[in-house]
Design a protein around this ligand. Structure first.
Ligand SMILES: Nc1nc2c(ncn2[C@@H]2O[C@H](COP(=O)(O)OP(=O)(O)OP(=O)(O)O)[C@@H](O)[C@H]2O)c(=O)[nH]1
Length: 394
């Protein structure tokens, strides 16, 4: 199961900076091959507690007990200028959006760019408009697809006795909508109890809006928080969703400085340590400014966006498969060699399949390496579990 985070945002909101920062990893930390599919596709990392700390050992795969687990991220390009003037979302944008299971919407919280991304005075543009705009556009895109054939589909449901959720999900399959999404939206809107023939346009838009929320959960990165008026940040925080104050520019500077050996900084840290005095005046001033930003907000917010997208919006957990339940290692003695992101609710059997099809097919039982207890195939995994799978596979 591969999951992808989509980064969306109007021009100049800081989306490219966010993407660059989120995908810039110190190779020594990352330990994974850098797999760029194209310029817009990259790998970012979830920050997790590494279990090796509990053993009082260092696995060599983490930094001071912080494990970085890879996940794909796409810079969803093509939220075109003029979209807000009625041109709608671009095809590139929608094509890429389909591939993402959750969205981080990078908003210019400073209000220093208009709806097309043109610079205006700080505070002149209301960032709430950008949030509402993107949501509405995605909803109306779904509605457009559904409405196109609705009369025909509606008749088909009645004539052939088909299930409403099957027909709707088939029509919206291209947008990544699954039957479970439709079902959940029908329940949430109360439309499940109403004859679909009687649905008004407004009902259908409401259904699409709810399907969007469920199938593409979104959090808001209130970016440029460092220069944003406080009212803007407060206003955004009142939204009924996760809103995180971010400074993509600060995170990019920190990761670049860490990569260059100037500072010690692991993504998401609440501070950084200067490793050399051999820096220019400008660098020193820059780092001091970033220090103030971190002091004010706790972190730059970028890592928090990734973590909360993964653990809350996508509802994933991290699981560590091992072959030796005593040493928490593989056969060669490498401690905690892998960290897998899996959907919450996954079982030991699912983990076996994730490791290898044959191990899944020939699964016998699993062992919780912490408690040494035997677990059956249906046992549900928890975040941070260290698990050995026993199978008859060679
Ligand atoms: N003050 C401040 N400026 C930022 C921040 N993030 C990005 N910027 C600046 O905002 C401008 C736009 O950033 P980009 O990352 O290029 O914006 P974008 O949304 O990707 O825009 P396009 O590439 O045109 O789509 C640049 O000058 C950045 O340096 C931030 O957190 N704080």
């Amino acid at each position: 199961m591969s999951m992808t985070i989509g980064l969306a945002g109007k021009p100049n909101a800081g989306k490219s900076t966010f993407f660059k920062a989120a995908t810039l990893a110190d190779v020594e930390i990352a330990n994974y091959p850098f797999t760029t599919i194209n310029a817009n596709h990259g790998v970012t990392y979830v920050r997790a507690e590494c279990p090796c700390k509990e053993k009082g050992k260092t696995c060599g795969k983490c930094v001071d007990g912080i494990r970085l687990v890879p996940i794909d991220i796409i810079d969803v390009a093509g939220l075109v200028p003029d979209a807000c003037k009625g041109r709608g979302l671009g095809n590139t944008f929608l094509d890429e959006l389909r591939q993402a299971q959750a969205i981080i919407h990078v908003v210019d919280a400073s209000g220093g760019t208009d709806c097309e991304g043109n610079p205006v005075d700080i505070g002149d543009h209301d960032p709430l408009e950008d949030v509402a705009f993107l949501n509405r556009e995605i909803t109306m895109w779904l509605y457009g697809i559904l409405d196109r054939n609705w009369v025909k589909l509606s008749r088909k449901i009645q004539a052939e006795g088909l299930k409403l959720e099957t027909v709707i999900s088939e029509q919206l399959a291209g947008a990544g909508i699954k039957e479970s999404h439709v079902n959940a939206a029908l329940m949430e809107t109360g439309l499940a109890r109403m004859d679909h023939v009687k649905w008004t346009e407004e009902d259908m838009i409401r259904l699409c809006d709810t399907m969007r929320e469920i199938s593409k959960p979104m959090l808001i990165a209130a970016n440029k928080a460092d220069i944003a008026p406080r009212e803007n940040l407060d206003e955004l925080r009142e939204l009924d969703r996760i809103v995180i104050s971010t400074s993509a520019a600060a995170e990019l500077a920190l990761r670049s400085a860490a990569k260059g050996g100037i500072i010690k900084y692991t993504p998401g840290d609440r501070d950084f340590e200067l490793l050399t005095e051999d820096i220019t005046k400008a660098q020193k001033k820059g780092l001091e400014a970033i220090h103030k930003v971190i002091e004010r907000f706790g972190t730059t917010g970028i890592q928090e966006c990734i973590n909360r997208t993964v653990f809350e919006l996508l509802d994933l957990i991290v699981v560590y498969p091992v072959e030796d339940e005593g040493k928490w290692s593989d056969k060669l003695g490498n401690m905690l060699p892998d960290a897998y992101l899996m959907k919450r609710g996954s079982t030991c059997h699912d983990l076996a399949y994730q490791i290898h099809t044959e191990i899944g097919d020939r699964f016998l039982y699993a062992v919780d390496a912490r408690t040494r207890l035997r677990l059956g195939e249906k046992h549900e995994l928890k975040n941070g579990d260290v698990i050995k799978i026993v199978s008859t596979a060679k």
